[in-house]
Design a binder for this molecule. Structure first.
Ligand SMILES: [Zn+2]
Length: 213
């Protein structure tokens, strides 16, 4: 694995960095990203790759489950990143990027058996605590699936979680102000790892629609 990383670094230095030296010379003096992405820590989700973005374009905050905590409840890395992106960098777009087969969303349904001694019972106390922030999404998903049993519960939970994070952005006073002044647009996207498709939340129909390209 280490060798693979060093080979990748070698390729970056000898090819990408060399070919884009002018860009890196400019970036050495600062950044002006147009978009912030809050996404999952999941290794399969790579915003730079999905959007074919160059360095300096995307300001990215990652956490387990692409969570936006409510403004008042907790203070932490994600809130700091959002605050800096909106107020200091003045990004124009803020995207919550969730994805298919999300382990964080699946973990919400994981039943813990304290007596069972297997690898499923490894230490995950911080994860469990962090994921309590997703409970409203889980509850909405359970209700939605009760009324629509044909739906895929995992996908419904992932999409409800994205909506929850977008809604929570509305608890941030400076984001509401930026929206009122039309300085920013909020987006909720779901990325399907198996097809590479992106679906965007439509505020009008309250559904996710595939982004046609
Ligand atoms: Zn995930």
């Amino acid at each position: 694995m280490e060798q693979i990383h060093l080979d990748g670094y070698k390729k970056f230095k000898r090819v990408y960095f060399k070919d884009n030296k002018k860009l890196f010379d400019e970036l050495a003096y600062g950044q002006e990203p147009h978009t912030m992405i809050v996404t999952c820590s999941d290794s399969r989700v790579s915003p730079d790759k999905i959007l074919s973005a160059t360095p300096g374009e995307l300001f990215i905050a990652r956490n387990i489950g692409n969570v936006v905590p409510p403004y008042e409840v907790t203070k932490g890395a994600t809130q700091s990143a959002i605050e800096y992106a909106v107020n200091a960098l003045k990004i124009s777009h803020l995207v919550i990027l969730g994805h298919s087969n999300c382990g964080a969303c699946a973990h919400l349904y994981h039943e813990k058996d304290e007596n069972e001694e297997n690898e499923e019972n490894v230490e995950l106390s911080h994860v469990d605590e962090w994921l309590t922030l997703l409970y409203p999404a889980k509850h909405n998903a359970i209700l939605e699936c009760l009324n629509n049993p044909e739906k895929n519960r995992a996908e419904v939970t992932e999409k409800n979680n994205i909506q929850l994070s977008v809604q929570r952005l509305m608890t941030y006073p400076y984001i509401v102000k930026a929206l009122e002044e039309k300085r920013i647009e909020l987006h909720g996207w779901w990325y399907d790892v198996s097809s590479g498709n992106l679906e965007a939340y439509d505020y009008g129909t309250k559904t996710f629609k595939k982004i046609e390209v």
